[in-house]
Ligand binder design. Structure first.
Ligand code: HEC
Length: 126
């Protein structure tokens, strides 16, 4: 037990990222979304109606989370859509967002990061 103080000290210095709480997780993922260019088109929360009456460019993360909340295959499918872009002939947000489909993001994100972003935004339900 002579090493006990050392052990306690080691435990106290475990990096806090290992224990990221919800607020830290949200902040970290939002930063990744900004770095990856997602926030040029998307918002976290739905935006108020624009003055010019035009719909938003892209669905808010929260609306995406609500739409797919009971869909266990959503993470896999949406990760693929993020990488390859939305199919202009079978879009999922027609009439709710602008007429331009999401372009492929494979140049901006790795598949692992796309999956992390999708898994994060899918739990952004109220
Ligand atoms: C140039 C604008 C633009 C950028 C940049 C962009 N998106 Fe999108 N995104 C859209 C649009 C528009 C849609 C709606 C497509 C549709 O109608 O199916 C969309 C839809 C989505 C969806 C839902 C897909 C579905 O089929 O329901 C997810 C998830 C998503 N985007 C994630 C991301 C992530 C993550 C990033 C960053 C790596 C990103 N987007 C970057 C415009 C964009």
């Amino acid at each position: 037990m002579r090493n006990l103080p050392g052990l306690v000290a080691a435990l106290l210095f475990i990096p806090s990222a290992v224990h990221a709480n919800r607020a830290e997780y949200d902040a970290m993922m939002l930063e990744q979304a900004q770095q990856s260019g997602c926030m040029a088109c998307h918002t976290v929360l739905p935006t108020p109606r624009r003055a010019d009456g035009l719909p938003p460019i892209a669905p808010a993360w929260r609306d995406i989370a609500l739409k797919y909340r009971d869909d266990p295959g959503a993470s896999e499918r949406l990760t693929h859509i993020v990488m390859t872009g939305a199919n202009p002939r079978s879009r999922h947000w027609v009439g709710k967002v602008s007429t331009v489909a999401m372009p492929p993001n494979a140049g901006a994100v790795s598949e692992a990061r796309a999956r992390r972003l999708v898994n994060w935004l899918l739990v952004l339900v109220p």
